[in-house]
Design a binder for this molecule. Structure first.
Ligand code: GYE
Length: 325
């Protein structure tokens, strides 16, 4: 935090000394490139790893990073983007907490001639020219992977009918919408499956606990066969509640989670979770590569997805490649 303030101050000072508010042209090295980065919060281990990846990658590339953390508030993200426009950063990178409500501020960025890279999450807009590129996971494919695992598991165990509860990420965020849609598209036509409840856990561990307590009270452990949770933080919170419930039916539950942080992958290895769909937070190097290409005047691909898969209890979990972040 202190570093970011210092960076902002240095920048303001430079602008004041040069007596103009114009953008500094790159002087052959990277040090004059400043990236304004609006991170949405610090809600999960994924997010914390993502922030660290951005900081490290900017440092490695020799770019100045002006970062603002919005603590889960869209208004704070909008303020941050406005301040980046005022500072005339070279590129704005941001991870939108929800999909809607960005057109005005992104139009301001466009009018100021500052390119915008969406990192991690998407926006909903009629005007695709409001962002230059998107880089982040294919959340729909992640949801499908979760559903495909469940079908394989049901086939392998000969299950006749499974009651599913879904613990969802932040309402109206891209990963919440698409992880749900992908999962449903795969399981919908198979009448072995019923989603009996879908609750909002906001991607938070504490909410995962809270949701699990409520679900247990409502359906009992024997009324729930599958838990599909949109991120590891919520899953780990739910797992704490399940394991302290001391109910024998808990161990028959199938737990499917998304992200792949170390604690979740370790829980998979220990047989406490059944499937971890991967979603990498290590987007920093690829983001900085896009920034470099932009700076070199290249046209960027509009959508950039990292390669991802899933770890499951069908895999050889002693393989060293089975590792969390
Ligand atoms: O899955 C979750 C985080 O947008 C991919 O946000 C990200 C999600 C991630 O809070 O843990």
């Amino acid at each position: 935090m202190r570093k970011e303030i210092a960076l902002s101050l240095v920048l303001v000072l430079l602008l004041a000394l040069s007596g103009c508010a114009g953008k500094q042209e790159p002087a052959g090295d990277n040090t004059s490139i400043v990236v304004g980065f609006s991170q949405l919060g610090a809600e999960s281990s994924w997010r914390i790893a993502n922030t660290a990846s951005m900081e490290q990658a900017a440092k490695d590339a020799g770019y100045g990073l002006m970062m603002e953390n919005a603590n889960q508030k869209q208004e704070k993200q909008i303020d941050a983007i406005r301040s980046f426009i005022a500072y005339r950063v070279d590129v704005i990178v941001f991870s939108p907490i929800v999909e809607t409500g960005w057109d005005n501020v992104l139009t301001e960025a466009k009018q100021a001639g500052i390119p915008v890279i969406l990192m991690d999450r998407m926006i909903e807009t009629q005007d695709d020219s409001l962002y230059t590129a998107y880089i982040g996971a294919d959340f729909y494919a992640e949801g499908r992977r979760a559903g495909e695992y469940l079908i394989r598991k049901a086939d392998a165990t000969g299950a006749e009918h499974l009651n599913i509860v879904e613990i969802c990420g932040t309402t109206d965020s891209t990963p919440m919408r698409d992880r749900q849609r992908g999962f449903m598209d795969v399981i919908r036509k198979d009448d072995r499956f019923s989603v009996i409840d879908s609750v909002d856990g906001d991607f938070l561990r504490s909410k995962g606990e809270e949701c699990m307590r409520e679900l247990l009270a409502k359906y009992g452990a024997d009324g729930i066969d599958v838990i599909y949770s949109h991120n590891d933080s919520m899953t780990l919170g739910a797992l704490d509640v399940l394991e302290s419930a001391n109910d024998p039916s808990v161990k028959d539950m199938i737990l499917i989670t998304v992200d792949g942080e170390k604690e979740a992958v370790d829980a998979l290895k220990a047989g406490r979770i059944n499937c971890v769909v991967q979603c990498t937070p290590q987007l920093g190097p690829a983001v900085m590569k896009l920034v470099a290409e932009l700076n070199a005047g290249k046209e960027l691909p509009k959508v950039n997805h990292p390669n991802e898969g899933a770890f499951t209890d069908f895999d050889n979990l002693s393989d060293p490649a089975v590792e969390g972040f």
